[in-house]
Design a protein around this ligand. Structure first.
Ligand code: E4P
Length: 218
């Protein structure tokens, strides 16, 4: 399973990269706004800066919601760097735009996916990634991980090449559950990735080893 980080924060991206586990980055307009990146020129530069940090796929989302606008924005984004993946919402014009980008060899991430039907359409038009939103489904008493599992199963049955990118990950346990159901990629906050390391027995064991070493070696 690939690990992406779900942020536009350069320091966090660098920290995950330095840990040696980072395969890519996902951003969205809310995450860009959180970093205070205003204006197209600055946003494009920020995507380039992210691409310089991580040698992996970087999802950059279109703002347009009409077909022509998505094509225009997506082509501009894809031209910024070879690692850019154009992120497109799962609406009718978005599905048409993904089909266009597939025919042009431009990689896409179909986002805001909340049902198996939406994921099926994304795969039919050749999306590189499909992003089911686990946490937001859990928030409304639905089964986010269950949806990831259904999509994985459906894609396997028909040998779709679209990779299942579990998004809206809220905590460490979500990461483990995504791995258990066979997600291709999980995109998560840095805190959830770092949470994988935590175990009190590791901390206690290390403290004891160091204390015993000190007893013998002063
Ligand atoms: C990433 O591709 C998604 O935009 C992101 O994971 C959404 O996460 P959220 O539900 O925590 O905003």
């Amino acid at each position: 399973m690939k690990f992406f980080i779900d942020t536009a924060n350069l320091a966090q991206i660098k920290e995950a990269c330095d840990l040696g586990v980072l395969d890519g980055v996902t951003t969205n307009p809310s995450l860009m706004a959180k970093e205070g990146i205003k204006g197209i020129k600055n946003q494009h530069q920020h995507y380039i800066d992210i691409c310089r940090l991580v040698q992996g796929d970087v999802s950059a989302e279109v703002i347009a919601t009409d077909y022509e606008g998505m094509i225009r924005e997506g082509e501009e984004l894809a031209a910024l760097n070879e690692h850019i993946v154009v992120k497109i919402p799962c609406i009718a014009d978005g599905i048409k735009a993904i089909k266009y980008f597939t025919s042009k060899g431009i990689r896409t991430n179909c986002t805001l996916v909340f049902s198996a039907g939406q994921a099926l359409l994304a795969a039919k038009v050749g999306a590189t990634y499909v992003s089911p939103f686990v946490g937001r489904l859990d928030d409304v008493c639905n089964d986010g991980i269950g949806l990831v599992a259904r999509i994985v199963e459906m894609y396997r049955a028909y040998n779709f090449k679209t990779q299942v990118l579990a998004a809206s990950i809220r905590h460490t346990q979500h990461i483990i559950q995504c791995a258990e159901v066979g997600a291709d990629v999980v995109t998560c906050p840095l805190s959830a990735i770092k949470g994988l390391l935590n175990h009190p027995l590791t901390d206690a064991g290390l403290a004891k080893f160091l204390a015993d070493y000190q007893k013998t070696n002063g």
